[in-house]
Design a protein around this ligand. Sequence first.
Ligand code: FES
Ligand code: FES
Length: 150
Amino acid sequence: MKFTLNGSERTVEADGNMPLLWALRDVVGLTGTKFGCGAALCGACTVHVDGAPVRSCQTALSDVEGKSVITIEGVGGEVGTAVVAAWRKLDVVQCGYCQSGQIMSAVGLLSENRKPTDEDIDTAMDGNVCRCATYQRIRAAIHEAASNLA
Ligand code: FES
Ligand code: FES
């Protein structure tokens, strides 16, 4: 399967039915994207495909052929940089397990909406579960990143 991964053309030798999450972690070796539930219920596996957040546990490798995939390792640009800086400034992370997925969803939100309300944030982040309950810091960090993108 050929696709663009974090800005570089990649050919991944694997069954097209393999979940993208496994291809990223076990074939390519990018382990920043996490396995949580395997059933599109937790958001830990969130990556971007053609700029939109998707659950890589429920995305077949064949579904990304010819597309652009961005993982936590490839987060950058104006929005990605602002989100990561805000996460650090507000010390969002606790155990960290969910946080790559949280950041990917936050970058997806701010790429579409530079001034999200609390309601916008809650809606966009609804599918990202945090067992450490860092939700208040996540919301604050998204507002912080938004203020730096103004
Ligand atoms: S591991 Fe994909 S949503 Fe939980
Ligand atoms: S920081 Fe621990 S699960 Fe979210």
